[in-house]
Write a protein that binds this ligand. Structure first.
Ligand SMILES: Cc1ncc(COP(=O)(O)O)c(C=O)c1O
Length: 402
């Protein structure tokens, strides 16, 4: 037995990803023969478009096998800048872009590059599970700002103002949101920016990974609403969701030169650039046809419309129409405190999710994992047949509670 144990305080202090935990449990049950429909995964159920795959195959056969520049291939960073200018009306130089192994790494490294021990980072809840843990790994203190169902779980200027103080170093915004699918409007972002104007030392981390999956209005980031924040905003984006490229591990940050330099330094010592093959694929994604992206979006929209209507028809469930991503986050508060047919009380959203998984064979993620105990997250990145069957099972399961 080692005197102080093998594991660092940092590792002990970090929770494993709850979403990956539920997916793993669902897979385990499915392997043992149970009929499981998983609405728990955070990835599109599509394959990567063919022209992107072909670019990767060509990279392999052409021998594009070596390390690229640490911050990513110059052509890819140029394509990213062109995309940011044309689609988002944001002007960045290639030197301000760092391409990483997924947006997850981009956020993690951006936090490591900017957060000192004790610095506070405001995270609106419900939040993507990794944000608080990443802030902790950077030595910072996550400050969770609770938002309300009635405002589609979007942070209000007052909630933001109440969370900020002289220790605040950052704010993480995620729009479209994982886990709620909510998107901030330009007006809402402008109002948040007005509050941030009173706190000039606060950095904004704007996670826009679901940018291409928006249904009702054009994607708007905080820099569109408040361009003057460009000197203290880090835009995070990537290829996983819009192009169905989760396994390729490719994302990036665009931000102030000083932050990009610091992220590049960290990346050079931790991982170097992402796979050369994936970068070629990313280049094809940003320079090729967007038709497959549009088709995926259309398909997600149909499923969103179906699942929201179906959930709303279940007595006790409250659900708003999410404008983006591929998640719905209904309020299930009415079911907490009820008993299962076996007489077990459903105390929490985790209990409810486990009940739905074990008794009905539907995997969803409890809101507890996202800092919102009254919700559950359902991913509708699943076939329409599976969604219909899952809704029936959920309906049956919930109606058996008393
Ligand atoms: C909000 C949010 N940000 C970032 C990521 C990370 O994406 P990537 O696959 O690019 O690392 C995810 C993936 O689930 C996400 O939901």
């Amino acid at each position: 037995m080692m005197k102080n144990g093998m594991i660092s305080k940092l590792a002990k202090n970090i929770s494993p990803s709850e979403t990956l935990k539920i997916s793993a449990k669902a897979k385990e049950l499915a392997r043992s023969g149970a009929s499981i429909i998983s609405l728990s995964a955070g990835e599109p159920d599509f394959k990567t478009p063919a022209h992107i795959c072909n670019a990767a195959i060509t990279a392999i056969t052409d021998g594009f096998h070596g390390y690229t520049m640490n911050t990513g291939m110059p052509e890819l960073r140029e394509a990213i800048c062109k995309k940011l200018l044309q689609e988002n009306r944001l002007r960045f130089e290639p030197s301000q872009i760092v391409v990483s192994n997924g947006a997850k790494q981009s956020i993690g490294f951006a936090l490591l590059a900017t957060i000192d021990p004790g610095d506070e980072v405001v995270i609106p809840a419900p939040y993507w599970v990794s944000y608080p843990e990443m802030v902790k790994m950077a030595g910072g203190v996550p400050v969770v700002a609770k938002t309300l169902f009635n405002n589609n779980y979007k942070l209000t200027p007052k909630q933001l103002d109440d969370s900020l103080n002289e220790k605040t170093k950052g704010l993480i915004l995620c729009s479209p949101s994982n886990p709620t699918g909510a998107c901030y409007t330009r007006k809402e972002l402008k109002e948040l920016a007005d509050v941030l104007d009173n706190y000039p030392d606060v950095l904004i981390f704007s996670d826009e990974i679901y940018e291409y999956i928006v249904f009702d209005e054009e994607h708007t980031g905080i820099l569109n609403a408040a361009p003057h924040l460009i000197d203290r905003t880090v835009v995070i984006n990537g290829f996983s969701k819009g192009f169905a490229m989760t396994g390729w591990r490719l994302g990036y940050m665009a931000g102030p030169q000083e932050i990009a330099n610091a992220v590049a330094k960290i990346q050079s010592q931790e991982t170097s650039a992402p796979s050369s093959i994936s970068q070629k694929a990313g280049l094809a994604a940003y320079t090729g046809t967007m038709k497959p992206v549009e088709e995926m979006r259309e398909s997600f929209k149909k499923r969103r419309d179906y699942i929201v209507a179906a959930l709303k028809s279940i007595e006790g469930i409250k659900c708003f129409v999410p404008s983006g991503a591929f998640y719905v986050f209904p309020d299930i508060h009415a079911f907490l405190g009820l008993k299962t047919p076996e007489g077990v009380t459903i105390e929490t959203s985790t209990d409810l999710s486990l009940y739905l998984l074990e008794q009905q064979g539907v995997a969803v993620v409890p809101g507890d994992a996202f800092g919102e105990p009254d919700g559950i997250r359902l991913s509708y990145a699943a076939s329409m047949d599976d969604l219909k069957e899952a809704i029936q099972r959920i309906k049956d399961g919930l109606s058996s509670l008393s």
